[in-house]
Design a protein around this ligand. Structure first.
Ligand code: SF4
Length: 218
């Protein structure tokens, strides 16, 4: 805090507003359309996002890299893949020379792309009817590592299955089961799925009263 202004909260609010602008946009009240980002992550989180949302914290500008590409004039536009009664919507960040591209910010480069990102880009390849894609991870220093992927039918079938599960659960207003993963740690619904994060009670042994010390002897 400097002077009367809490700069940290001003910056946090600014990041939050930019984050809102750059998120995937889809109508959350229209359950005939499911976004690929919903079914390639935790279904329970997607369900809460639609039914009883808590806004997620945008922790830094690096989380917003993919959204910035989509905002550019030549950024990729959303596309739908029809499943007859439902449609699956997906949006890549860029499409260059028939190559579907998504960008993700990362602290440490992974050995292999994350399954969530592979499933997402695979859904994009079906939505745009393209065969090849590339996932690009960018770290805080602006360095990048990329992984090329090709369209995979079996993976897409799994995505379609999850679209149907989420759609049915939304219709029935039934909460999906927990999908424990690394995603849980930063999830805004953590306390709905697990116990409240609570610090243990501190016991001051040195200042403990006689009653407490004698109870240890018995
Ligand atoms: S805490 Fe985990 S299981 Fe619960 S909604 Fe979030 S990501 Fe899903």
């Amino acid at each position: 805090m400097m002077g009367d202004r809490d700069y940290r909260s001003v910056i946090k609010n600014a990041i939050q507003s930019v984050g809102r602008e750059l998120e995937y946009r889809f109508k959350k009240d229209d359950i005939s359309k499911i976004h690929a980002s919903e079914v390639t992550g935790c279904l329970r989180r997607a369900f809460y996002d639609r039914t009883d949302e808590i806004e997620k914290d945008q922790t830094s500008f690096s989380d917003l890299v993919g959204g910035m590409f989509r905002q550019l004039e030549f950024g990729a536009k959303a596309a739908d893949f029809s499943l007859n009664d439902i449609s699956l919507e997906a949006q890549a960040d860029l499409i260059v020379d028939d190559l579907v591209m998504i960008f993700r910010s990362i602290g440490e480069f992974p050995e292999n792309p994350f399954s969530k990102d592979i499933l997402y880009i695979n859904a994009c390849m079906y939505a745009y009817d393209k065969l090849d894609g590339v996932i690009i991870y960018i770290n805080g220093l602006g360095e990048e590592i990329s992984f090329s992927v090709t369209r995979n039918k079996r993976m897409f079938e799994e995505t379609v299955r999850r679209v149907r599960v989420l759609s049915d659960l939304l219709k029935e207003q039934k909460t999906p089961i927990l999908e424990a993963s690394v995603e849980c740690t930063g999830c805004q619904y953590y306390e709905r799925c697990y116990t409240k994060k609570k610090a243990g009670k501190t016991i001051n042994f040195f200042g403990a009263g006689n009653d407490f010390l004698s109870s240890l002897k018995t």
